[in-house]
Design a binder for this molecule. Structure first.
Ligand SMILES: C[S@@+](CC[C@H](N)C(=O)[O-])C[C@H]1O[C@@H](n2cnc3c(N)ncnc32)[C@H](O)[C@@H]1O
Length: 289
């Protein structure tokens, strides 16, 4: 007799638990195969499940147990309620970054109201930040930069899928803007910030399956912040916002770097939903006097 969805899920949960892997993975996979949302899946729990779907589930769970992120198995990650294509060329967007997007939206509203302003997302990866902000706020002209040509292919595909108007540039941090003499009101970045010295502590699915260019920020994790902050004065308008996602334990030092670079601006650290200092901002007057 064929299994029900409930039985398949129970089997999958114990497979994952034995390997200390996250339980929702089985549900994500089944929702993906059956193309249903969570509430529909719950309503279908006692329906029979086709043998080939059970076979696919077993195969994918084995691949996941070997270290492949579930997002690479299904080909997307949800970000701000939208499905972004992801593959081995881009960082899988994380929930903390949704909080950065939310904060940037609020700060833009406070500082610029409905004024039309230009925002640049440095190190756009899958385009999660740039595409989302462009869709959420029509008063933003959005540019996005990445040093990885392969990441830009994915970001462009995501922008196309959502008909988001983002202009993509290839280059090192803000250099493409500096070369054009272009000035912007908002710089957002979630640069690579893991210290190279922490590489050994990373989970296999991160270390072996996400691009190292997206993960490591030099020996101490701060290399990209230092270089980005040095470049900022060349691209920021007089009134501006700088919004950076940072790693745990990096917020104070990055706030200080911003305060030194922009003595007339206000700076602040924001906590993520789990109470960790994960966002640093400089905003207001960006001139030195
Ligand atoms: C941590 S990932 C962030 C991706 C995406 N913004 C997100 O939040 O999901 C960092 C991104 O910065 C890019 N990157 C690394 N070094 C860079 C550089 N020097 N200039 C521009 N982009 C860079 C990487 O290719 C990667 O896409």
């Amino acid at each position: 007799m064929s299994k029900t969805i409930h039985e398949a899920l129970r089997w999958a949960s114990s497979f994952l638990a034995e390997r200390e892997l996250e339980q929702p993975v089985a549900e994500w996979l089944l929702r993906h195969y059956l193309q249903v949302d969570r509430s529909k899946l719950l309503m279908m729990l006692h329906d029979p499940i086709a043998e080939e779907v059970v076979g696919r589930l077993k195969e994918d769970l084995k691949r996941h147990a070997s270290g492949i992120p579930v997002q690479h198995l299904i080909g997307y990650e949800e970000f701000y309620g939208r499905r972004f294509i992801v593959n081995q060329d881009v960082l899988i967007p994380r929930p903390e970054t949704e909080e950065l997007v939310l904060e940037v939206g609020k700060m833009k509203e406070q500082l610029f109201g409905d004024e039309r302003v230009t925002l640049v997302d440095v190190g756009t990866g899958s385009g999660a930040i740039s595409v989302t902000l462009s869709l959420e706020d029509e008063t933003l002209d959005v540019l996005a930069i990445d040093i990885s040509e392969k990441a830009l292919v994915v970001a462009k595909e995501n922008a196309k899928n959502f008909a988001a108007k983002v202009s993509f540039l290839h280059g090192d941090l803000l250099e493409p803007l500096i070369e054009q003499g272009k000035k912007v009101e908002i710089v957002v970045s979630n640069p690579p910030y893991i210290p190279l010295t922490d590489a050994g502590e990373l989970a296999v699915h991160v270390r072996d399956h996400e691009p190292h260019l997206a993960l490591f920020g030099g020996e101490d994790g701060l290399v990209l912040y230092r270089r980005l902050i040095e470049q900022l004065p060349f691209v920021l308008k007089g009134q501006a916002i700088v919004a950076l996602e940072v790693g745990v334990g990096q917020a104070e030092v990055i706030k200080e770097m911003l305060a030194n670079a922009f003595p007339c601006a206000k700076t602040k650290i924001s906590l993520d939903i789990s109470g960790k200092e994960r966002m640093v901002f400089a905003y207001g007057k960006m001139t030195r006097l």
